[in-house]
Design a protein around this ligand. Structure first.
Ligand code: BGC
Length: 723
């Protein structure tokens, strides 16, 4: 006991007086002492859930339970101890932050850090130790029901946004949980689909954001995915967890399963799973005894029979204790808070994430001083978007609807509202219900439009099942609930239409040539209506950029184009036949014109961008090169632009996409202001994954370095030569 107290003291002092290495060694010694005092039963109890959202500590030794919550857009309402029912607390409302697609669209890592800090503070206030976020599964196609929870189609963008988010959350003493590792790129058959993918695509496209989250972000926990890879469930996949994560990447954190993603005791025990969560038994809606979990009694028996070595158990406990010492065993954690300035942070992120897709004849910004007649049409103008969508759903302190926001900002306008269409209301076990007659809704909307000077159509998808929602994929890329035909009918009586789309996914736009202005507004949480009003009124100049390509039609998309085995699979297996050609890598290489390319987004101002680096730079394998550009705001209002650096290797020993993003930087400029932007890339980041050697290879020779403002809009090219 005396030894423990001394170590406890050393541990506390370690934060102030010793370097990181010494602090780590003090922590490991403290863990040794704790593990020695624990019984087998106590250790096993730490490796599985003891409620829907917690795992057990060892109260006798001062180790508290680990308390968790979803994630990723705010802290989820409290769930009951042993069932999926909400606990009906009255003090668990939170700020709803913008969805991660919107965060990615800011292309601004500082926004991700502020998001993380604010979320960490809310999680702390709700007494959580782990927030189950962020998700970095790559956007493979527009049907995945969970794309709105992820950060787009490019591994570098996802990595660079996830790392500061994680650092922000963890700065508050709350663990982030990077999820869903790995290859969980669809919801259809997510519990068992076996993904086959080339090693090159695995390492170049699907793993880099996870690697950065673990190595640069130091995510203290990671969640294994539901699906299978190499015929083994990802939550206990030997290759992914033992080899890639823990051996190759040197991961020291805790691996937990997705909820009900564990299927086998020996695999779970031996293949790198540390905490089993959410196992259901036979039915998800019944109570299943926590001691029946694979890593509970059956695990203890396997240990007692010698089928699993105690070292395996001790390694899990060591990882969990490391996590506890950074979270629930710390006595100096901030207490956190909910609301307050978090509203401003949520609003700022959304202001930078909204993407202006089209603005013919400078229809936007709208002059709010004008006394015009505006017809706001569409269910999304009033539908709350923070409930629904699955585990990311939130009980928001407040959610400003687009209609409220527009009414508040455009006080001089005469505003009418018509729903226009209706989505069914879902309740588990019940048939979806409709309240209104579809024809009357459409008729009223068309009439309202015919009397107005301007139509603001607020439509898109929503968080219903089979839309932007967990557990199922979308059935098509079209707008649901007959919105396309309604839009066409409205355009016949009033072509002066501003389209505001609330979606977390690309949608087809058959009316695109007839609609003069389009704003992609994602799901932006509590401040939704205010931010939409900020942007369309010009109080804020939009600067968001698309984190994924909008194809013209679903069939253009690589995962879909390669047949059913590629998406959705044959219900047992699926093959990612497009390999590394995901997103813009595919559209550019195949010369398929998208509706809107990756990295695209308009502004109310104009920029002049000129190269500031000339000649061929010679770079050694261990060096970093920098390309400079001078950018001037040539318009009348302040604004931000994202400079994007793409790399191209015309002559290569392997197939390469036409170009790949390797750096980006957002810069804010006053009218007339010029700034020199530096974009730096480590030569190593030009490597490809060599499948034959099973390692990364940096090819020597010439590379083209292209700088632009989207994957399709390249403004100038430099050359480098790697020696
Ligand atoms: C989701 C996870 C989530 C967990 C807990 C699962 O269904 O895939 O993302 O964190 O549930 O709610």
């Amino acid at each position: 006991m005396k030894r423990l107290i001394l170590l406890q003291l050393a541990f506390l002092l370690s934060f102030y007086f010793v370097n990181a290495q010494e602090a780590d060694s003090i922590i490991e010694k403290k863990i040794d002492v704790l593990i020695k005092q624990m019984t087998l039963d106590e250790k096993v109890r730490m490796c599985h859930a003891n409620s829907k959202f917690s795992s057990r500590g060892v109260p006798r030794l001062g180790i508290p339970d680990l308390k968790m919550s979803d994630g990723p857009h705010g802290v989820r309402a409290e769930i009951s101890w042993a069932t999926w029912d909400y606990a009906k607390w009255t003090n668990d409302s939170v700020i709803a932050f913008p969805a991660l697609t919107c965060l990615a669209a800011t292309f601004n890592p500082q926004m991700a850090y502020e998001y993380g800090v604010a979320l960490g503070e809310e999680a702390r206030f709700r007494n959580k130790d782990i927030i189950l976020a962020p998700g970095v599964n790559i956007y493979r196609h527009p049907l995945n029901g969970r794309n709105f929870e992820y950060m787009g189609e490019d591994p570098l963008l996802a990595a660079q946004m996830a790392v500061p988010y994680i650092k922000g959350v963890q700065s508050i003493g709350v663990a982030a949980c990077i999820k869903h590792f790995a290859l969980n790129n669809q919801e259809r058959w997510r519990g068992h689909i076996n993904v086959k993918v080339s090693d090159r695509a695995l390492y170049e496209i699907y793993l880099p954001a996870f690697k950065a989250a673990c190595q640069e972000g130091d995510a203290w926990t990671l969640m294994g995915a539901y699906n299978k890879y190499n015929s083994q469930h990802c939550s206990h996949n030997d290759f992914l967890l033992n080899k890639v994560l823990k051996k190759d990447w040197g991961y020291k954190g805790v691996v937990m399963s997705d909820w009900n993603a564990t299927h086998n005791t020996l695999e779970a025990a031996n293949n790198g799973l540390d905490i089993e969560m959410g196992t259901w038994g036979k039915r998800w809606d019944t109570i299943f005894d926590f001691s029946e979990y694979y890593l509970a009694k059956p695990f203890e028996q396997a240990l007692l029979k010698g089928e699993v070595s105690e070292d395996v158990l001790n390694d899990k406990v060591r990882r969990i204790l490391r996590l506890c010492l950074k979270t629930n065993m710390r006595t100096d954690r901030p207490i956190g808070k909910i609301g307050g300035e978090h509203s401003i942070i949520a609003r700022n992120i959304a202001r930078e994430g909204i993407v202006l897709l089209k603005n013919n004849n400078q229809m936007l910004p709208l002059d709010a001083s004008k006394t015009i007649k505006i017809a706001v049409i569409g269910e999304n103008a009033v539908k709350p978007m923070t409930p629904g969508g699955g585990s990311s759903e939130l009980k928001a302190l407040y959610e400003v609807s687009p209609l409220d926001g527009i009414q508040k900002r455009f006080k001089n306008a005469a505003i009418t509202y018509s729903r226009g269409y209706e989505s069914p209301t879902f309740a588990w076990g019940k048939k979806p219900e409709l309240k209104f007659n579809a024809d009357s809704l459409a008729k009223a909307a068309i009439e309202a439009a015919s009397k107005a000077d301007l139509v603001i159509f607020v439509g898109g998808l929503n968080k219903n099942f089979f839309q932007d929602s967990e557990g199922g994929d979308r059935k098509s890329m079209d707008l649901p609930y007959n919105q396309d035909s309604l839009i066409n009918e409205i355009l016949k009586v009033n072509p002066n239409m501003l389209m505001v789309l609330l979606t977390g996914n690309a949608v087809s736009m058959p009316w695109i040539n007839k609609v003069p202005a389009i704003v992609q507004a994602w799901y932006i949480g509590s401040e939704a209506g205010n931010v939409i009003a900020d942007v369309i009124s010009g109080d804020v100049n939009p600067s968001g950029k698309l984190p994924f390509t909008f194809p013209v039609k679903l069939e253009d998309c690589p995962a879909i184009r390669n047949g059913a085995i590629s998406y959705p699979g044959d219900s047992i297996n699926q093959e990612y036949k497009e390999g590394i050609y995901v997103g813009y890598r595919w559209y550019l290489t195949q010369k398929i014109k998208p509706l809107f390319p990756f990295g695209y987004g308009l502004s109310y101002t104009t920029f002049d961008i000129k190269p500031a680096t000339s000649g061929i730079q010679k770079v050694k394998a261990n060096e970093t090169f920098t390309i400079k550009a001078n950018i001037t705001n040539t318009g009348k209002v302040k604004g931000s632009e994202v400079l994007q650096l793409y790399v191209r290797k015309p002559k290569s020993v392997v197939d390469r996409p036409l170009r790949e993003l390797r750096a980006f930087k957002k810069v804010a400029l006053e009218p007339g202001q010029t700034s020199t932007v530096e974009l730096s890339v480590a030569a190593q980041n030009l490597s490809f994954y060599d499948e034959k050697k099973g390692s990364w290879t940096l090819e020597p020779g010439e590379y083209l370095i292209e700088v632009g403002t989207s994957a399709e809009n390249i403004l100038f090219t430099n050359k480098i030569s790697v020696e």
